[in-house]
Design a protein around this ligand. Structure first.
Ligand SMILES: NC(=O)C1=CN([C@@H]2O[C@H](COP(=O)(O)OP(=O)(O)OC[C@H]3O[C@@H](n4cnc5c(N)ncnc54)[C@H](O)[C@@H]3O)[C@@H](O)[C@H]2O)C=CC1
Ligand SMILES: Nc1nc(O)c(N)c(N[C@@H]2O[C@H](COP(=O)(O)O)[C@@H](O)[C@H]2O)n1
Length: 271
């Protein structure tokens, strides 16, 4: 039996209300050629994801962290930008008890990490957390999405050794990227960040691609100099500034000292 050491528990009593926010269990998707997409991250009261670019910053408390890992158990993929990969050296696996490597035998129950790295600048190695977890049977190797830069043969070989791969696109166009991920077998993807990725997805031309938003809000101000979620403003037909984006069907759930906000993006709404 795989080890349950370090496994997180997410109580049954907390799963019920989240169910309507999650990708359907039958694998169906709102758009047939794209995965179900969940934009999910933890933020401070001043909209920061981290103290500074490059600083791994803990915002979620234990309960909301377990919720994030439960979300990871319910998605086929976890997407981040290369800024996050470099700053955090993340594991991007699911540590919920019963999932592959944490009491479960089936590694397929672990989500696939996806890293957006247009110029293949991420200098990963055997020591990177993701590959350590692969060796322990506790996580899967990433798919790295590049555009203009051909990755080195060494990087390609290392990635492929662990079962990962490079996906090369003409450019990072979110629609094209999501279609590519669906055609590679992913039915659901949670997008964790960082700020560049989130702000880009909240632009008017991209926001309709997001099916759910699930944000953990921690009761802290990180202060000036943080890595901030603040998408570009929109303007109405008279040139007046309006909100960048707004949610509908909003629900708030307390999790320990944090609160988790769930909603859907309001599209074509200038309020
Ligand atoms: N609190 C939280 O939940 C999270 C916090 N973070 C934090 O966020 C910080 C990293 O954020 P960022 O520096 O903004 O980096 P990022 O992770 O958003 O990556 C930015 C890079 O990704 C690529 N990229 C992303 N979107 C692109 C697009 N639309 N087109 C082309 N290329 C694109 C570019 O190479 C860009 O330089 C780290 O400090 C990390 O700890 C990251 C994820 C979640
Ligand atoms: N939900 C959440 N809360 C926080 O406080 C965070 N700092 C993050 N960060 C995201 O989680 C990744 C780290 O994952 P591992 O624990 O290494 O598996 C990090 O890279 C961010 O994407 N998320």
């Amino acid at each position: 039996m795989a080890s349950t050491r370090d496994a997180l528990e997410f109580p049954e009593s907390d799963k019920g209300f989240l169910e309507c926010q999650l990708p359907p269990k039958d694998g169906s998707t709102p758009r047939p050629d794209m995965p179900f997409t969940t934009l999910t991250f933890a933020t401070s009261l001043d909209s920061s994801l981290a103290l500074s670019p490059g600083a791994r910053t803990v915002l979620s408390g234990p309960q909301s962290k377990a919720m994030t890992h439960y979300l990871r158990s319910r998605h086929d993929g976890i997407l981040i930008g290369v800024g996050t990969a470099v700053a955090d050296d993340p594991g991007l696996n699911c540590r919920i008890a019963g999932v592959g490597g944490y009491g479960g035998e089936n590694l397929d129950s672990q989500p696939r990490p996806i890293v957006i790295d247009p110029s293949a600048r991420w200098d990963f190695s055997e020591d990177s957390k993701l590959f350590q977890l692969c060796r322990q049977g506790r996580g899967r190797a990433p798919w790295i999405v590049t555009t203009r830069q051909k990755p080195s043969a060494e990087k390609q070989a290392l990635l492929e050794k662990y079962g990962g791969k490079f996906i090369t696109l003409e450019e990072i166009d979110w629609s094209v990227l999501f279609v590519a991920l669906r055609s590679n077998g992913l039915r659901s993807v949670m997008i964790e960040g960082g700020a560049h990725v989130i702000n880009s997805l909240l632009e008017p031309s991209n926001m309709s691609l997001i099916d759910r938003v699930i944000v953990t809000i921690a009761p802290t101000w990180l202060g000036q100099g943080g890595v901030v979620v603040s998408p570009p403003r929109r303007f109405d037909t008279e040139g007046k500034a309006i909100s960048a984006a707004r949610l509908k069907n909003v629900k708030w759930y307390p999790f320990g000292e944090d609160v988790v906000l769930c909603g859907q993006i309001r599209v074509n709404d200038d309020v």
